[in-house]
Design a protein around this ligand. Sequence first.
Ligand code: IPD
Ligand code: CA
Ligand code: CA
Ligand code: CA
Length: 281
Amino acid sequence: MQPNELEQWKELAITCAKTAGKLSLEKMNQPYTVNYKTSASDLVTAVDEEVEQMVIDMILKQYPEHGILGEENRFQGMAPSEYDTLWIIDPIDGTTNFVHQQINFSVSIAVYHKGEAIVGVVYDPSRDELFYATKGGGAYLNDRQLRIHRQVKLEEALLCTSVFWHKRAEQIGIDVIFKELAGKVRGMRLLGSAALELSYVAAGRLDGYVSLQLNPWDFGAGKLIIQEAGGTATTMEGKELPYDAKSSVMGCNPTFYEELQQFIRSNMNLIRSAQDAKDHT
Ligand code: IPD
Ligand code: CA
Ligand code: CA
Ligand code: CA
């Protein structure tokens, strides 16, 4: 990577995110088709596809040798791991909100180089809020640098999670833990756009965000924005987030990350031992 490339990629990611966000806003009040992907709660609109195509065209015009991993699969190329430089894009994160609320959706664009996140951009067009970060260059909301500074204990945390609604939660017993957790923390929130929720952790509007399963286009940009704001972003097991596979995600204010991990881990063990005892009776 040349020294000026990081800055050029950041500028292009910001231009793409802003152009994409504006296109979504324009199209929002015109008729568009809505299709079900896997079910009535998994939507894709013609706008998701049009926006993704536009962003792909903008990137390839400048960097035809780069790879792109987009949620709506509009890029036909090699496997993501085959590219030195990979753009990971979610044209509309929060499609359900786009359709129902016309607010609380975002564009998420991340640039990975040799497997490492180096640019992350999340743009909320309805509030004109741009969250972005570069590796080693800090995180920003519009012109303001973001620094997570609040000291938070678990009981003081404002936590965001979609775990309750995840089918796997009941199977692995984690829904019970999150019910416990909901009674322990100061409050729970759910916005419906993972990229925005992660960016809100970086901005201190939320203290933590936990999801059982997301795709790299949901968390690729938000992860770097949290880390560059001084926060922690890992899988729920504390491992590094992948760029080419589904994963659980835990993005946190670092002062309460360990306490949250510990709470989940010890309650998981309690559930496991109760399960083992039951299996042996
Ligand atoms: C969804 C949103 C939502 C999260 C889902 C994602 P989409 O993305 O980020 O907050 O809970 O798991 O699939 O489909 O609206 O881009
Ligand atoms: Ca989707
Ligand atoms: Ca998404
Ligand atoms: Ca999407």
